[in-house]
Design a protein around this ligand. Structure first.
Ligand code: PDD
Length: 279
């Protein structure tokens, strides 16, 4: 199979020919941010929300990049150049502070590295139907989880531990308060009210989370952006995690909690909305 086409620093080139210097601060320090955007049948899902979040992440890192606005057109071009016009997949975009001699403080004149790639990815239809099991663990991340940083070690370690236990995702808590997953947000229906952690510094404000909240309002569900505890989960009647790659994924178990759920009717209604929005 021939090498896919990617975008690197203003040029569309073969992935096999896309090279960055070993002194890139993304490589040396994880000094950068990223986005993952879904496309369905070649069409980007909620691209503007992703661009807005990317611009915010960049601004929090004091990493100015005017060309971030080009992400939508670059993504559309890559989808077409890689013949993904009828495919489901993801766009991965990463921006780092660029190459410079290794020194912690910002370099004066480094040019940011801007990389975009498209990959085919099928929807997880079987799991969306059956639901998934999660593994609960402590949230050991920093206090700026709102920035979509490429520095993901705690998320990777949590995700690996979950994979080793055959769990779909790790669900994280800080001193008993559930924050989010290692790569998703979480919602639980407790006492008839849907709850999810507020979009503060302890979670990433997921694009899917925002779309779900909009849709919950339209459907007339009671919802509070209010943290819930691990104990509260034992009272929950429905639970789901959501993300760009997971959509609205029903949760049927959270080890080691002694409780089993079934995909609930509210969760199914949200899934139906996604299904119709995807087309
Ligand atoms: N992860 N929280 C975390 C920690 C995440 O990494 C993600 C997304 C989300 C959900 O965000 P969104 O709905 O915008 O995808 C929440 C992506 C998919 C990833 O890292 O691959």
């Amino acid at each position: 199979m021939s090498s896919p086409i990617v975008f690197l620093n203003g040029r569309f080139i073969l992935e096999s020919e896309a090279l960055i210097p070993v002194t890139d601060r993304g490589f040396l320090f994880a000094d950068g941010v990223y986005e993952v955007i879904r496309f369905y049948k070649g069409k980007l899902f909620e691209p503007e929300k992703h661009v807005q979040r990317l611009a915010r992440s960049l601004s929090e890192l004091e990493l100015p990049l005017d060309s971030v606005e080009k992400l939508v057109s670059v993504s559309e071009s890559l989808i077409s150049q890689n013949a993904f016009d009828r495919a489901d997949g993801i766009v991965y975009a990463q921006i780092t502070r660029g190459a410079a001699p290794r020194k912690h403080a910002f370099p004066v004149d480094a040019a940011p590295t801007f990389f975009v790639q498209t990959t085919e990815m099928l929807r997880p239809l079987q799991k969306l139907s059956d639901g998934v099991s999660l593994l609960l663990m402590e949230d050991i991340r920093w206090q700026r989880c709102d920035i979509k940083s490429i520095s993901l070690l705690p998320n990777i370690l949590a995700s690996q531990k979950a994979a080793e236990r055959n769990a779909y995702e790790a669900i994280l808590h800080r001193e008993g308060w559930v924050t989010e997953g290692s790569r998703s947000n979480i919602f639980a229906k407790i006492g008839g009210i849907w709850r999810t952690h507020p979009a503060d510094h302890f979670i990433l404000n997921g694009v899917t989370r925002m779309v779900v909240l909009e849709q919950m309002a339209k459907l007339g569900f009671s919802v509070q952006e209010y943290a819930f505890s691990v104990d509260d989960l034992l009272q929950a009647s429905e639970v789901f995690v959501c993300s760009t790659t997971s959509e609205v994924m029903p949760v049927i178990e959270i080890a080691p909690l002694q409780k089993i759920w079934k995909p609930g009717s509210d969760t199914r209604k949200l899934q139906e909305f996604f299904h119709s929005a995807i087309g």
